[in-house]
Design a protein around this ligand. Structure first.
Ligand SMILES: Cc1cc2nc3c(=O)[nH]c(=O)nc-3n(C[C@H](O)[C@H](O)[C@H](O)COP(=O)(O)OP(=O)(O)OC[C@H]3O[C@@H](n4cnc5c(N)ncnc54)[C@H](O)[C@@H]3O)c2cc1C
Length: 385
């Protein structure tokens, strides 16, 4: 049987996050977007509410939630501000490989303190020369006694400069490409770790994005997650779990844009009637409504599969590709419905449009999502009859 009802616990999570978005995120979102500043106080409040640690098991002090539960509350935070939501979310991206692949000792050393006091984590995969193709990375890790010596620069790192630790992917042998990659937990206070200035972005400006450089950083061998050569698989496994969480962010943005556009269309009078009475505007609104609903359902399915422990690479890519395209289309149409007003900073829809664009780029671009979908469907799809 298929059911779409939320459990009482999911409803209460949703309500808690919605209230947080209304009380804490919305009042400051426009200002952080304008100034490009990082809301550190807000992050601390979000950590206290448990939004940083949804997937961490309760035994380590986390929330012990599933991926679907996390998506349900995350839509509310993203509807408040995607830049703020993604800054909260990235810790889950960095923590998930430790939850899934860490030793008991590593979980005690990194997860428990992370949950018990305000902490931030970052995920360092991308480089200037290796975005869509991370196997071409140039950051190296060379074993020297009980330490790896880490050298290189990671690019586009969300929460760079604020993280207590970085989950860093590096190569022990560039010639081996993805088979040479390892995953290291790198505390940010180790000598040789530094970060660049915040990157001046088009959207999601409340999130802090920087380069992070590792200059002869000696990382204890105990901080190696898993074995040598299986880091790439860990990076991809994390993305299968977190892509639905980014996709639901796109749903949150699109929902906000649809609500604002609907409200505006009911009030704005042209040719003697509210523009919502013109069929052309109704069709734009109807498309928004149906596409958001479809995107949410794809996300819920990808998240549900993850919770069942079923491989969901294709479904996660479908959800991410579809939802991010929906967010871009819906926010662009929301600007259209606002007319000239939509093209100004006087109304929030232009921010939503700028924020939506990044979701087609990070956590795997729109094109890379389609490559993942095509690779699998070409193997699976046969004539049914
Ligand atoms: C705001 C923001 C936050 C980010 N946060 C993080 C973070 O916290 N951690 C992290 O590790 N990374 C992060 N990233 C990096 C992000 O994941 C990369 O930008 C993304 O993977 C794309 O890489 P790229 O920018 O190098 O583009 P490229 O890989 O150079 O791609 C350029 C274009 O070519 C296309 N393309 C590339 N290869 C193919 C192909 N085989 N077939 C078809 N088209 C292709 C792409 O789709 C894209 O349109 C962030 C990026 C942004 C913008």
């Amino acid at each position: 049987m298929i059911g779409f009802d939320l459990t009482p616990e999911q409803k209460s999570l949703q309500e808690k996050a919605r209230q947080f978005a209304i009380d804490v995120i919305l009042p400051v979102a426009a200002q952080h977007d304008r100034d490009g500043t990082f809301p550190l106080d807000l992050m601390e409040k979000a950590h206290q509410e448990g939004f940083f640690t949804p997937l961490v098991p309760k035994e380590y002090g986390g929330q012990g939630l599933g991926v679907l539960d996390t998506c349900i509350f995350s839509e509310e935070l993203a509807a408040g501000c995607m830049g703020i939501y993604v800054s909260i979310f990235v810790s889950t991206l960095a923590l998930f490989p430790i939850i899934k692949f860490g030793t008991e000792e590593q979980k005690e050393r990194f997860l428990r303190p992370f949950c018990s006091r305000f902490s931030i984590a970052s995920y360092c995969l991308s480089e200037v020369m290796g975005g869509s193709d991370p196997a071409s990375m140039r950051t190296t890790a060379v074993l020297d006694g009980d330490h790896y010596v880490l050298n290189g620069t990671k690019m586009w790192i969300t929460n760079g400069g604020y993280a207590d630790f970085y989950l860093v992917f590096a190569t022990t042998d560039p010639g081996k490409r993805h088979k040479g990659i390892i995953c290291l937990i790198v505390p940010s206070n180790l000598e040789g770790v530094s970060h660049g200035e915040p990157i001046d972005k088009m959207g999601q400006r409340a999130s802090n994005t920087t380069a992070v450089t590792f200059n002869h950083v000696r990382v204890p061998r105990d901080n190696l997650l898993g074995g040598e050569g299986d880091g790439f698989k860990k990076a991809m496994a994390a993305l299968d779990i977190t892509r639905p969480m980014i996709a639901i962010g796109a749903v949150g943005i699109a929902r906000s844009a649809m609500e604002l556009a609907t409200q505006y269309a009911k009030k704005r009078i042209q040719f003697g009637v509210p523009i919502a009475q013109h069929q052309a505007i109704q069709f734009l609104l109807a498309d928004m409504s149906k596409d958001i609903e479809a995107a949410r359902l794809l996300v819920y399915k990808a998240a549900w599969l993850a919770d069942q422990g079923v491989k969901n690479s294709k479904e996660a890519a479908m959800a991410k590709a579809f939802a991010s395209d929906v967010a871009m289309r819906v926010t662009t149409d929301a600007v259209q419905i606002y007319g000239g007003m939509g093209y100004t900073k006087w109304h929030p829809v232009e921010k939503l449009m700028r924020d939506a664009k990044a979701i087609q780029i990070y956590e795997g671009t729109a094109q890379i999502m389609r490559l993942i979908i095509a690779r699998q469907m070409l193997q699976e799809v046969e004539r049914t009859f």
